[in-house]
Design a protein around this ligand. Structure first.
Ligand SMILES: [Ca+2]
Length: 225
């Protein structure tokens, strides 16, 4: 019996591309989510814009040793670095059709993370020694279907950067028009599933299949009739 259970765990895992974490259950709205290394590991942070000014944050650290790791890559100038990727998806229902999250990566200043421009329309100020790359979505993306949960999403722009300086980094997500809605921040691009990741996926799968992370009743009923 135990063998069958374990086998089914490992069969289920690879199909689920991202390790899911849910705002309000696995992390709180007012606290940053700490992404554990490696930063390439793909995570899906099921989150919400709870208020018009809500900003959700993911923090992670890159060390000198990370640039000598097997996952190290080189940037266009030949410098060793680590690839950071991020994008948002929004439940593809009529009430959320206009929801267009913005995402920014903030960290030690480097070519890909220049100093905040004077005219940058960001809802926060970046420290003088920090740099920022912001991704804004001006039109709604196409609809994709997430295989395991069966939920349809609008897929937004994808951002990535090879970071080449050690230090603390932060990904910030907000809705420029202050729309209240649910969204998913996807971080990372490699499917890495050890026992802890499989257990986390199993812990949330029923919740996500039922669409319980979608707070707007009309949206949930449209996607999960
Ligand atoms: Ca939030």
């Amino acid at each position: 019996m135990k063998k069958i259970f374990l086998a089914s765990l490992f069969l289920a895992a690879p199909a689920y591309a991202h390790v899911p974490y849910v705002e309000g259950l696995d992390f709180q709205d007012d606290a940053a989510f700490t992404a554990q290394p490696p930063i390439e590991k793909s995570l899906a942070l099921y989150s919400s814009f709870n208020s018009p000014t809500d900003q959700d944050r993911v923090v992670f650290t890159v060390t000198e040793a990370d640039f000598k790791d097997a996952k190290a890559v080189v940037d266009a100038a030949g410098r060793p670095g680590r690839k950071v990727s991020f994008n948002t998806i929004v439940p593809a229902c009529a009430p959320y059709a206009s929801v267009l999250p913005s995402v920014a990566l903030i960290g030690p200043q480097q070519d890909g993370l220049p100093q905040q421009a004077a005219d940058a329309q960001l809802p926060f100020t970046v420290a003088a020694d920090q740099g920022v790359q912001a991704l804004s979505n001006t039109e709604q993306g196409s609809v994709i279907k997430e295989g395991i949960t069966g939920t349809q999403y609008f897929e937004q722009k994808k951002g990535s950067l090879i970071v080449t300086r050690p230090g603390s980094y932060e990904i910030v997500v907000w809705e420029p028009e202050g729309r209240i809605a649910d969204y998913v921040l996807v971080v990372g691009h490699e499917e890495i599933f050890g026992a802890a990741e499989i257990m986390q996926s199993l812990k949330r799968i029923d919740y996500l299949r039922a669409g319980r992370e979608i707070k707007d009743d009309r949206c949930r009923q449209e996607l999960k009739p």
